[in-house]
Design a protein around this ligand. Sequence first.
Ligand code: MD6
Ligand code: FE
Length: 206
Amino acid sequence: MTTATAIEGFRYYPGFLDAARQRALTESVMAVLTQAPAYHATMPKSGVAMSVAMSNAGRFGWYSDKEGGYRYIERHPFTGQPWPAIPDEILSIWDAVANYGVAPECCLINHYRAGAKMGLHQDRDEQDFDAPVVSISLGDTAVFRLGGLNRKDPTRAMKLQSGDVCVLGGASRLAFHGIDRVLSGSSRLIPGGGRINLTLRRVTRP
Ligand code: MD6
Ligand code: FE
């Protein structure tokens, strides 16, 4: 049996946000989603819709569709409006854990309803891999899978609960990762149920 060794630069902060901060954060995310409604991006070439609903805050938003592929765009693809600003309480989490001198430019909001998951992938649509990606979990518990720099490398599964924060920096910045499944009904935080994951990113080089 092989065990994946912990990859350099990956940090996990279980229970980083207490219940009150989780509620406050959820309210600000819901306010962003009112301005910038979540949508189902489609995969390049196949055009198959992703099971996770997405939206963004910040100067740039991550998006994908059949023709254009994976990319960052400065306006909501359907409303045409600029993305809402990243709420201050989200920026303060970056300040606390990113160890990177400049503010993030994108907060990708991933909303998992029953049955949604995310295949193993690398986050490599950014120009700046020196900046980490900071992930914040809210709502239902997820089974997160973290591998290495090659798709075939051994992986390990870990549960991400509401209030957990993790950082993919250093060598782990380009590690393969995904969400195997979400444990439906494990939390009552998100209105209507499910899980919300926020990832904070730099898109351009400072
Ligand atoms: C999720 N997370 O937790 C998916 N990406 O729903 C990610 O894809 C991710 O957790 C980059 C860095 C950390 C992550
Ligand atoms: Fe990712």
